[in-house]
Every structure is written in C-alpha cells, then in structure tokens.
Design a protein. Structure first.
Length: 282
C-alpha cells in the first residue's frame, strides 16, 4: 500500500445545532470549548473548526465571542490550526457570516469554512447561493485566510473548480467531505469515489460522517484520506445504537485508535501548516 502522509485530525467540537438538552457534553462556553480543544490536542487533533455561542448557548456571529474563543485556544495551543465558521444555516447576510474573518493579530483565524452549495439537512436547510459563496471566497482571499472547502456532493466539487477558474482559491486546496446527510452523498464507497475522483490536483481531503456514519467515514479517512473531521458537531453518540453519549475526547481517541491499528502517524499542527502552506503561528 502506498505510504500515506500523517493523518490530519480536524475537531468540530460544537456546531450550531447541538444543545445542552441533547447532551451534557457539548461545549458551549469559551472555557468549555477551550478545555475540549486542549484535551483533543493532547491526543493529536491539529485543527479545530469553531462555531461560537452566546451566553444563552445560541449560535452567534459576534466577532468578540470568536476572539475570546480563539484567544483561549491559542493560550494553551498556539500552533493549533484555527478555522472559523461562515455557515449559512441560521443567517444569510454576508456581513454577519464573514464577521470573524476581520479579526486581527493573534486572533486572526488561519482558515474559514466555505460550503460550496445549498442543501437540506434532516430538519433545516443551509442556503449558500453562488453570489454569497463568491463574496465569502473574495473576503478570505483578501484577508489571507485559506478556505476550508466543505463538500457534501459532487456538484460542490464542480463549484470549487469554478472558484479556481476565477482565481479566488489557490492550491493546496483543503476539502472536508461530509457523508451521510439525508439529502446529499451517502457514506458509501461509490459516493466517496465519485467525489474524490473529481477533486482538483493538489487537493488535501478529510472525511467526515453525519450522525451514526461518523465512525464509518472516519475509518475510511484513516485508511484512504489525508485526514478526518470528527466531533460533537456531527455526532453526539459513541455507539451506533445511541446508548452512550460521547465526548469530543472520546471521539478523537477513537480516530487515534483507528490510526494506531494501521500504524498511521498523526499529523502535528506544524506539519499541517506545512501541508496547507499556512503561516507558522508567531
């Protein structure tokens, strides 16, 4: 088997949907998020995909909250690759979705999510019209922030190529491929092969699974991919039967165990910065 690079573990600890009523383990406050990131970083997580919540646990785009979270994470893990969300699941205005992209200094994110199309989730929609995607890509380019390209289906890969043709994103490209959502690509080899076979050259890709498909998708990422995305944003349960709620640390530990069983090394934050051509954190 061809030797694989060290595995990128991208932690998605919070998301916009999970609530305390659903799981006591979802980190919502700055302190909770930073503590979970620290625990997962100790196991090998090198990236963190951040969603901010206000004091009531409601999703917020407030850059002051993002600044607080980023500061708390970097205080303990300064080299961690930090990704902020520009999700369209709750808000549509580009000004609100891009607010965290304008943070400066040590609070400036390394990367930001860029979902490459609209889709339905189980109970809600994420709306990402072409104009919005292009505007967000332009802001990221102007700010020197690398997009975390979120792909749920083959058409989204094609839209990435449109952005490449427009000169709005440059290699190396980082793709999160998310499988198992009801209305998009499923966690099957056929669907995964269709997506990865169409990725542009110089693509680095990580695999995620929604809900009960997380463990399966992560396993495929460990075997075949450059990385995985894992965390309570995508899945609250440790087992497929939903008898035991998970923690972020447990979910990351499972990936580490999967990698260990295959003698696959785990990438350090500095190694990921080198792979993705990100600046070293000062």
């Amino acid at each position: 088997m061809e030797s694989l690079r060290p595995l990128i573990i991208n932690l998605a600890p919070t998301g916009m949907v999970p609530t305390r009523a659903q799981s006591q383990y979802v980190p919502l406050s700055t302190q909770e998020i930073a503590a979970d990131v620290a625990g997962c970083a100790a196991l090998g997580a090198s990236m963190v995909h951040i969603h901010a919540r206000d004091k009531d646990g409601v999703p917020t785009e407030d850059p002051a909250v993002y600044e607080e979270i980023i500061g708390a994470i970097r205080a303990g893990n300064p080299e961690m690759v930090i990704v902020v969300s520009t999700s369209g699941r709750v808000v549509s205005e580009v000004e609100r979705r891009s607010a965290a992209l304008y943070l400066n200094g040590c609070f400036k994110p390394d990367m930001a999510s860029l979902t490459l199309g609209s889709m339905n989730f189980a109970t809600s929609a994420s709306v990402n019209d072409p104009k919005t995607i292009i505007l967000l890509a332009k802001i990221m380019q102007e700010r020197g922030i690398k997009p975390e390209l979120e792909v749920f289906d083959t058409g989204m890969v094609n839209f990435a190529k449109i952005l490449i043709d427009k000169g709005l994103i440059t290699p190396p490209f980082y793709f999160n491929i998310l499988l198992g959502n009801p209305s998009t690509a499923q966690a099957t080899l056929l669907h995964l092969a269709a997506i990865i076979s169409d990725l542009p050259p110089q693509s680095i890709w990580a695999l995620a699974g929604i809900g009960r498909f997380q463990a399966r998708a992560n396993a495929l990422g460990v075997v075949m991919g450059n990385g995985v995305r894992v965390g309570l944003e995508d899945n609250l349960w440790l087992d497929a039967a939903r008898t035991q709620l998970a923690t972020n640390v447990q979910l990351v530990q499972r990936v580490v165990n999967q990698a260990g069983a295959l003698d696959r090394a785990i990438a350090t934050p500095q190694a990921v910065r080198t792979m993705l051509e990100l600046d070293s954190f000062q």
